[in-house]
Design a protein around this ligand. Structure first.
Ligand code: HEC
Ligand code: HEC
Length: 248
């Protein structure tokens, strides 16, 4: 008697469990992405709070103006905007000063750099220099024809062998031999940014304090510029272990 009752109630429970299970799956499908997003958002907020405390609120407020294009920690995934993480502080500061004085011209950077005091520019430069560039995890976007046909990675690698003399053995940035002039990191830098800079040195639209880069690119053809830039963009930068944030 008892066992019959038990069997009957178990029989009634089973559809209920099934309904609850389906309901749970339905809710997970409906609201899962939002909950996941919320969890990620909270994680990001925590990371930022830790970062603001670590670097000081003044620097934290200043770099808000840079995030859109360069990524919060200088690790943008863009092919277009330069990646700032891990570039030497002296180099970054010199570039910000050059944008502010108009020696280096760019419609985005000029007004921004001018609005910062020399002290603020130094603070920002130190911040990005203290981060490390991480592999972007995204291959540079395909280049359209007819340029794509001109990319020769082996030629790019041969050309890059010349760059190590000043840009560091691993192309992670360094110093001009025999001087204190800092050189920027090239390994893992955004490809289209590199292409634009090499053209700008070649046609003289980017000033070159030591005249070195103009000399180097003077003999490079368009195809060489593309090949070396594609090669450099695919090199892995030093892998960071000191960054609290995941991506741009
Ligand atoms: C609207 C987009 C945008 C914003 C916002 C922006 N930048 Fe830039 N930044 C650029 C572009 C574009 C370039 C490349 C300029 C060129 O082609 O010469 C650049 C270049 C730079 C460079 C030179 C990098 C190198 O390798 O030589 C530095 C340093 C820099 N930005 C710092 C900053 C800082 C600091 C901020 C915030 C205060 C900031 N940027 C905000 C677009 C932006
Ligand atoms: C003899 C030293 C020297 C050699 C060799 C050299 N560079 Fe440079 N490079 C520099 C210096 C110095 C700068 C900084 C110039 C400035 O302030 O604009 C620079 C800047 C650059 C920049 C600008 C990066 C940025 O973040 O805006 C690029 C791109 C670059 N070099 C590419 C190359 C490539 C590619 C090679 C090899 C084919 C090369 N360089 C070889 C000294 C050198």
């Amino acid at each position: 008697m008892f066992s019959t009752k038990g069997t009957r109630s178990r029989g009634a429970v089973r559809p209920l469990v099934l309904v609850l299970l389906l309901l749970a799956v339905g809710l997970a499908v409906l609201f899962g992405p939002q909950l996941w997003g919320l969890w990620q958002f909270n994680r990001e907020l925590d990371a930022r709070e830790a970062l603001a405390q670590g670097i000081g609120v003044r620097t934290y407020e200043l770099i808000q103006a840079c995030e859109l294009c360069h990524g919060f920690d200088g690790n943008t995934h863009s092919d277009f905007y330069p990646r700032l993480a891990g570039l030497p502080a002296g180099y970054l500061e010199a570039q910000l000063d050059a944008f502010a004085s108009g020696v280096r011209q760019n419609p985005n950077m000029g007004p921004l750099a001018m609005s910062l005091s020399p002290e603020q520019r130094a603070l920002i430069a130190d911040y990005y220099a203290s981060n490390s560039l991480r592999p972007s995890g995204v291959a540079p976007a395909p280049i359209a024809e007819p340029d794509a046909a001109n990319i020769d990675l082996a030629a790019g690698e041969r050309l890059a062998a010349v760059c190590v003399a000043c840009h560091g053995g691993e192309l992670q940035g360094g110093q001009m031999p025999g001087s204190a002039e800092p050189t920027p990191l090239l390994a893992g830098q955004a490809r289209d940014y590199l292409v634009r800079q090499l053209h700008a040195y070649r046609d003289g639209s980017r000033g070159d304090p030591t005249g070195t880069m103009r000399g180097i690119v003077g003999s490079m053809r368009d195809a060489d510029i593309l090949s070396v830039s594609q090669y450099l963009a695919t090199l892995s930068p030093s892998v960071a272990d000191d960054l609290p944030l995941e991506t741009d």
